[in-house]
Design a protein around this ligand. Structure first.
Ligand code: AMP
Length: 277
């Protein structure tokens, strides 16, 4: 496995790999602190391409001023070992300077669907995501890019903004109790970790009930009850719990094959997100 930290190393490797051949390239963007969810994306990428590149970059522009950019878990050596074990071909782990130069510019483009769900609580987050993914796409020029359904709104927005790239979604990988794997799970205390495992159960139950709801008032009642369950289970705050249609992210008024339930909740200082179809 090659470990690169400059754009130049990546572009010259790719240029020579593509010379005279049609090498298909897959990109898997991550922020590191890798777990089995990330590794499932690499495995999927291996099935779709000849060369798999995993980027590891904690992107400052997608974090708000009061968010966890500074304390976000970073463990590059362990990440490299894990990626090597799943036969990743290239890791691209650049510095902030390598990506943004000496001053980090703000992304000014208005992004559709960036003001609902997580976007309503994380102003500027999806603008930062589109900015960094655009930069990575410019460097790697991948044929395919893999993103997890764990961050479903991110996957949706990226498909909308980069229609020229084949963007593939990958299913959510979960712990034994159903907790969606996340680098942020490392923040949880032992007691919080037990509570965290209840979110997926409440979401699945609520989605089951929504399947037989007769109208949007009944869907609202189900979601209100789910919110009560979340708080009585020990979660400390709810950003949102909503049912939306996964093909357009409109609020669900009647259950369909596209109905996905979404939630973002807090356990003291840790924000967890999850969704189910
Ligand atoms: P992150 O490092 O959190 O930015 O995530 C990098 C990629 O891994 C994103 O496309 C995420 O959606 C995906 N991902 C994170 N957690 C999981 C998971 N539990 N299952 C599947 N994909 C995931």
């Amino acid at each position: 496995m090659h470990i690169f930290d400059t754009k130049q190393q990546v572009t010259s490797y790719i240029t020579s790999a593509r010379q005279g051949k049609s090498a298909k390239i897959a990109l898997v963007p991550t922020m590191g602190a890798l777990h089995d969810g990330h590794l499932s994306l690499i495995k999927l990428a291996k099935q779709q391409a000849d060369i798999v590149i995993c980027s590891i970059f904690v992107n400052p522009t997608q974090f708000g001023p009061s968010e966890d950019f500074n304390k976000y878990p970073r463990n590059l050596e362990q990440d490299f070992n894990l990626l090597d074990e799943v036969f990743c071909d290239i890791v691209f782990a650049p510095s902030t300077q390598e990506i943004y130069g000496s001053s980090i510019e703000k992304f000014e483009k208005k992004i559709q669907h960036a003001d609902i769900l997580c976007g309503a609580f994380r102003q500027g987050h999806f603008e930062g995501v589109v900015q960094i993914v655009g930069k990575l796409f410019d460097i790697v020029k991948p044929d395919v890019a893999i993103f997890g359904e764990k961050d479903f709104q991110q996957l949706f927005i990226l498909k909308e903004n980069f229609s020229e790239i084949n963007i593939v979604g990958a299913p959510i990988i979960r712990e034994a109790d159903g907790l969606a794997m996340s680098s942020r799970n490392k923040y949880l205390t032992e007691a919080e970790r037990k509570i965290a495992g209840k979110l997926n159960v409440i979401l699945k139950e609520a989605l089951e009930k929504i399947k037989s709801a007769k109208n949007s008032a009944q869907i609202d009642e189900i979601l209100v009850l789910a919110k009560k369950n979340i708080i009585s289970s020990g979660f400390t705050k709810i950003d949102y719990i909503e049912a939306r249609e996964q093909n357009n992210l409109e609020l669900t008024t009647a259950y369909s094959n596209n109905t996905r339930i979404f939630a973002a909740v807090w356990l003291v200082k840790t924000r967890l997100i999850d969704n189910y179809l």
